[in-house]
Design a binder for this molecule. Structure first.
Ligand SMILES: [Zn+2]
Length: 204
């Protein structure tokens, strides 16, 4: 026979439902008070007993006496089943608790991720807004440069037209110059001839 746990905490469990139990003080063969324990074996599940506090140890005795009456056969079947159910539920409970804890941890991670993504989104929004205003500025500058270009094109065209006029004027002036040079040569020849004629008349 073996027993698992010395019951000290369960002193509160009243014996009202076990009216026939004997929970009085028991003295073992060592002349010491034999504490109350609870059996956890399937055959005597929850049945209390008095045993030597040094049972199965050096210096102890083999004092053992049931404090509760024997269990009825029905209870001997039902109680171990209930105990196994309780154990299974406890294990399941623990597993569920672990899953909840893991899910809470994951939730916290996801919350942090969402918060950082929101921050990132906000930054991207600001960057997009900045780029939009920069784009508008660049568009304005492009439009100014285009109108400048148009003005320059017009100016170049008018200068080219002016250039052509000047060219034709120069050409006319060159023609004029050539004519004047020819006239000058003729006048010089006429003058020399006149002088020669006058010299001949004077000599005659
Ligand atoms: Zn003893």
């Amino acid at each position: 026979m073996h027993w698992i746990e010395i019951e000290r905490k369960n002193k509160k469990l009243s014996s009202s439902s076990c009216s026939s139990s004997s929970l009085g003080v028991r003295i073992c063969d060592c002349k010491k008070r034999a504490p109350l324990g609870t059996s956890w074996t399937d055959d005597n599940l929850g049945r209390r007993f008095h045993g030597c506090e040094n049972f199965n140890k050096i210096g102890g005795c083999n004092f053992f006496k049931w404090a509760d009456p024997p269990m009825c056969p029905r209870a001997m079947v039902i109680i171990p089943n209930l105990r196994r159910d309780k154990h299974r539920l406890t294990v399941e409970n623990e597993q569920l608790r672990q899953r909840i804890s893991a899910m809470e941890e994951e939730n916290a991670k996801l919350s942090r991720k969402i918060s950082s993504l929101l921050d990132e989104n906000m930054n991207m929004g600001r960057i997009i807004a900045n780029m939009g205003s920069e784009n508008a500025n660049l568009r304005r500058r492009v439009s100014i440069i285009e109108s400048d270009n148009d003005n320059l094109g017009r100016k170049i065209a008018s200068m080219e037209f002016e250039d052509e006029n000047i060219g034709s004027k120069i050409s006319k002036l060159e023609d004029c110059n050539t004519s004047l040079t020819r006239i000058n040569k003729i006048m010089k020849f006429v003058l020399v001839v006149s002088w020669l004629v006058l010299l001949l008349i004077w000599c005659a």
